[in-house]
Design a protein around this ligand. Structure first.
Ligand code: PMP
Length: 305
């Protein structure tokens, strides 16, 4: 990953990809306090455009606020940096990774006295859970690891440290031959995937866990809320149990990387017909229309590079 051509925006400068380095004594590397974003740019009919740039940038600043880190740039500068990185690397469609981290002036749990840094990288990244997953659905395992309680590392921050839990869950699931993990909250209710929000459909109604289950407030999740409204589908945020997922008609994961990925199986139990369901297919098609600039209603969600 580090050995490639291109540029990375680092603290206000475009740096050669291979030279975008930090010191081994950087605070974030030792204690895991940092914040990041995952953003996508699509090759739309109107040219390359970043999807919901403003919302992703706002969430990055909110994550930093929750983690008591002051980003030394304005949101406008960070939005411009993301546009510049896509343009500079001549990418038509890509994934973007902004990251905020704490510097290397001093170690010790207290980060006080350290500088705060920001970088933005971008590279081509296809379907996160596979093209086949998008079409046929994926196989998911309920994790033996519990999702974060809302009062531990803060679940509304897209915090670097939160992902140790995601990594453990994903490795456990994939080691056992599944595609992804589903995590339950500390009370046993369904929370989210290792890097995705969950939706289930039962008798034509769409349900998703409310955020008190420790799930990230996904930007794709919000996009699905809009799509459901447009399609005349009732959507409810509520507590969801693991067995409600077993007996749902359809299920899917959402995320910037995962986009809209149907789930065909949980814990070796077939969900619905065991394939991408008809309502999921409609929602997925509407999603790809929006991100690819084919729905003028959401034109303002696409920022041209
Ligand atoms: N939950 C987790 C844990 C995630 O990492 C992600 C990906 N950012 C999501 C949900 C989905 O969020 P979004 O739709 O904003 O990418």
């Amino acid at each position: 990953m580090s050995d490639r051509d291109g540029k990375i925006w680092m603290d206000g400068q475009m740096v050669d990809w291979r030279d975008a380095k930090i010191h081994v004594l950087s605070h974030t590397l030792h204690y895991g306090c940092g914040a990041f974003e995952g953003v996508r740019a699509y090759n739309t009919a109107q040219g390359t455009a970043i999807f919901r740039l403003q919302e992703h940038t706002e969430r990055l600043f909110n994550s930093a606020k929750i983690l008591r880190m002051k980003i030394p740039f304005t949101p406008e500068q960070v939005m411009q940096a993301q546009l510049d990185v896509v343009r500079e690397n001549k990418l038509e469609s890509c994934y973007l990774r902004p990251l905020v981290w704490i510097g290397d002036q001093k170690l010790g749990v207290s980060p006080k006295g350290n500088t705060i840094h920001l970088m933005v990288a971008a590279w081509p990244w296809g379907a996160y859970l596979g093209e086949e997953g998008l079409a046929r659905g994926i196989r998911v395992k309920t994790s033996s690891y519990t999702r974060h309680h809302v009062n531990i590392t803060m679940t509304q921050a897209k915090a670097v440290s939160n992902y140790t839990n995601s990594i453990l869950a994903n490795m456990e699931a994939t080691d056992e031959g599944y595609d992804e993990a589903l995590l339950l909250d500390s009370a046993g209710f369904v929370s989210e995937g290792a890097g995705e929000n969950l939706f289930i459909i039962k008798k034509g109604v769409v349900y998703t866990p409310d955020l008190s289950a420790g799930a990230l407030n996904g930007i794709t999740r919000d996009t699905i809320f809009n799509i459901c409204n447009d399609l005349g589908l009732t959507l409810k945020e509520k507590r969801i149990t693991r067995d409600e997922v077993y007996i749902c008609d359809e299920a899917f994961f959402t995320g910037t990387a995962a986009e809209v990925t149907p789930i065909r199986e949980l814990d070796r139990i077939e969900l619905g017909r065991g394939s991408r369901g008809p309502i999921t297919e409609k929602i997925q098609a509407a999603f790809f229309d929006i991100v690819n600039g084919r729905n003028p209603k959401y034109a303002e969600w696409l920022t041209k590079v």
